[in-house]
Design a protein around this ligand. Sequence first.
Ligand code: MCN
Length: 785
Amino acid sequence: MAITESIQTVVGTSVKRREDASLLRGRGTFVDNLTLPGTVYMAIVRCPYPHARIVTMNLDVARAAEGVVAAFSGADLAEDWKGSLPCAWPVTEDIKMPPHFPLATDEARFQGDGVAVVIASSRALAKDAAELVEIDYEPLEATADVEKALEDGAPLVHSDLGTNECYVWKLETDDFQAALDAADVVVTRRYFQPRLIPNAIEPRGVLAQVGPSDEVTIWSATQVPHILRFALQIVLGYPESKIRVIAPDVGGGFGSKLDVYAEEALAIALAKRLGRPVKWTEERAENYVATIHGRDTVHHLTFGATKDGKITAVKSEATCAMGAYLQLVTPGIPLLGAWIYSGPYEIPNYSVTFTGVFTHTTPTDAYRGAGRPEATYVLERTMDALAAELGMDPLELRRKNFVKEFPHTMASGLTIDSGDYDASLDRLLELLDLDSIRSEQEALRAGGGAQQIGVGYSTYNEMCGLAPSRILGAIRYAVGGWDSATIRFQPLGSVQVVTGTSPHGQGHETTFAQIVADQLGVDLGDVEVLHGDTAVSQLGMDTYGSRSLTVGGVAIWHASQKIVDKARKIVAHQLEVSEDDLEFANGSFSVVGSPDRAMDVKAVAFQAHSAHNLPDGMEPGLEATATYDPPNFSWPAGAHAAVIEVDIETGDTRLLRYVAVDDVGTPVNPMIIDGQIHGGITQGVAAALWEEGVYDEDANLLSTTMTTYLVPSAAELPSFETARTETPSPTNPLGVKGVGETGTIASAPAVINAVVDALSHLGVTDIQMPATPERVWRAIEEARQ
Ligand code: MCN
């Protein structure tokens, strides 16, 4: 592709992350580092019951406590809300969308639901006083079980709805059932993917200030400053033009900060009422109940196939927990996987149904991969199940069904622009040395010892780069999928790049500067990337869905072309040549055939600003803005393998190797890509082996700290072996595909498939995630009986 070829060395190089110098020295600026004169601190009183009616509430003792400035019940603040906390994805016309206000007024619907707020002169005093709020609750029945919540007589989360069913969404191809009925072999499996609790290093935090003319400034640990700005208008009624949202350094989010939270609205409402800046910093234990969770889905997945292993139909029926309320994109999360239940395989008949269900639990929403790990997990697990049923090698089955030609329009209706699935699998097998793994496995089995090993695979593709706006609109997502970029030369030649994306660990300041340095031929050190402030970056759709490079980065590419176009006009005018006679390379315009007649782009920037000699009618300055709305999603893919050791006496597991080959199109920064893949794999492995948000039968959260919710450290993991194949995307001029979620999407099924493989000689065919020692041990015992 001509445009890709013109890209020079900076793109494709592992430039060190420029973000790290300050972060590693502890000089980052997170919300909790910020304090304004007169700041007061907010503590939320949270309901300790999973479901309860608030009978009485007495705030007097709390109000009289040391340092307390004010205390409010949900009812006290009810008039401050001009609208509910928004849900931007009403996936069906008849979806049930109960109102959700920042504090509950009469009924709390999950453990941790906010019911009152105390504001004091320090965080500690606010917390102490919050404990003095006297509340008489009437505990009510509750359920956290997504299937039981649909049964007759189940306790209702919103009694006025008369049901816990939030929506049913279906996508099915014509004659699907006939195709499934005609299959030689039908395999159906049930899977439960437990709750996952996102653990960003920085919990959420907010600081809000309301000025004398009601101008609102909010600093928030958010992934979505632009979306937050317009949501705050909906909740609080201030016009967006008066709201400035600043996302300073944000210490990770993994989807959990793609949301509009009660505390953001509360901080502003209270800052207005009290005339003082209001700050709130979430604690880790609070994070476990008050920040969204992920997954919590039961699937039944069915394949119909021919005897020789050609899959003819796939059917997925999923029951998906919404939690007690709909947060920003809660109902849409399953849909993010809806089109890829055929994965990298050519499956002509397709049926997907999601039933969204309210339970008395923390709301669910986006968690790394969002919808796509769920789809990939059930698909890749069932590939192994079908292979076992057919007596076929699992890799042969995968290869046999791979999509081979691109672009490929799937039965689900979307078109995969490009890929080479065999190439990724070939590379994986080169790295893996399967023969020696299988020999070792045989020897260990023959030896009859406690330690056994297994190998598992996951060949995946995913749909990311969220955009294009028209498709998002067609599936009822309320916001667009475009993004914007401004490139601004300063008079002396340094360059500001303003992006509408909002990084929180992904390294945009580095990779986006690489793109600009390449395209404009300036030094990387001369390029500064600005983001995360709605006053600086007016137009944007923020960072999630691995969209920032394929949408925001490509917008930067387009803005850089506009800069080159304008600069070319200036040079042609000043050198008195035709624009067509100029070539631009390495930051310099020169006259074709007379290389000594040249002007570099920095000199052009100065000329553009002095404006002494510009073409008639040209505006001074060298600045360009581009918005970009891609024509398609981005389709990364790859092949992963896990090698695992299982102690069949204790059920303990140890990940020995993890090999990942990913195709993310043209790499901008291979080191950042590797970092993204390492982090992503870790989260998928953690879901497969350790992490599980557990509620008891009465909907009390049991995994409330890191001693019971097992986030792994580096010590539990081997160093991952990563490699890439490169199939540039023909959809965008950089040839790039997203990478931010691939590792998480691919890894959990590879690990569980490996655990099952390690135990297959004992008759074990399935293990539920996470494969804790107890579950593994029980599976072995059950198989032995
Ligand atoms: N990149 C690249 N070449 C490619 C593809 C990507 O160099 N071919 C670079 C990009 O330029 C960018 C990074 O890799 O610097 C990730 O790019 P992209 O895939 O566009 O993803 P986003 O920047 O949109 O990030 C979102 C994604 C998501 S959805 C989650 S969840 C996630 C993730 O990123 N959460 C993260 N990675 C995270 N990393 C950190 N440290 N913290 C989180 O919370």
